[in-house]
Design a protein around this ligand. Structure first.
Ligand SMILES: CC(C)(COP(=O)(O)OP(=O)(O)OC[C@H]1O[C@@H](n2cnc3c(N)ncnc32)[C@H](O)[C@@H]1OP(=O)(O)O)[C@@H](O)C(=O)NCCC(=O)NCCS
Length: 181
């Protein structure tokens, strides 16, 4: 994302009924990142562009942003294991392109990024996200490898003893996907 994308970022609109909260947040993040090339959450944004026949970008169809993270889980006694993960910090699809498989394409891309990192740069075993309640169904439906709620993945009892992860955001649901081997 850079300043050249600012005009496109300003056109990006999320369907208010799909985000279960403040759609402006998704739009603002894009605009602020285009303006300053950074946003306070440390993530990097990847945009999917629609181009005209000359290859000129016309619209931002959707975007996804990533940050390195880990999930802290108890592993017996006082020991804590931190499982290596990348976190989808934010993803959103423009309201004109919803329900056309773009969100799925962005999740495909997240797997591609995680596997490329693992093969070439750094250990990654999981993709995690703090899903807005309204998007839990979307993540659960992902056909390649559905995301599951973190509590279900580890069992509630385990996670009751777990330290606070930074995915613990009120009204949002931490979810996890295990990368294919
Ligand atoms: C959630 C979001 C990314 C989905 O994008 P999308 O491009 O419409 O998703 P897709 O077209 O790839 O949908 C894939 C499947 O999930 C389903 N789906 C999409 N959104 C859903 C939702 N909110 N709840 C339940 N199922 C959903 C689709 O019907 C489709 O199911 P199918 O394969 O049985 O037909 C989009 O609605 C959005 O940007 N919402 C606002 C921002 C947001 O909530 N982001 C996620 C939290 S960070």
């Amino acid at each position: 994302m850079s300043n050249e994308h600012l005009g496109l970022a300003k056109k990006f609109k999320v369907n208010p009924s799909s985000c279960g909260g403040d759609g402006n947040l998704y739009e603002q993040k894009l605009v602020l990142t285009a303006q300053s090339q950074q946003y306070g959450d440390g993530s990097v944004i990847h945009v999917l562009l629609e181009s005209d026949s000359n290859g000129e970008p016309q619209r931002i169809v959707g975007y996804i942003s990533f940050v390195a993270n880990g999930i802290d889980v108890p592993s017996g006694g006082d020991k804590i294991d931190s499982l290596p993960a990348i976190e989808i910090k934010t993803m959103a699809v423009d309201r004109d392109f919803e329900r056309q498989g773009i969100g799925t394409l962005l999740l495909d891309y997240s797997i591609h990024v995680a596997i490329a990192l693992r093969q070439n740069f750094i250990g990654v075993d999981f993709i995690i996200t703090c899903a807005a309640e309204s998007s839990v169904g979307f993540y659960s439906k992902y056909k390649k490898q559905p995301f599951v709620k973190l509590d279900d993945f580890f069992g509630n009892a385990d996670m009751d003893d777990a330290p606070e992860n930074d995915l613990d955001i009120p009204n949002n649901i931490p979810m996890i996907l295990t990368l294919p081997k």
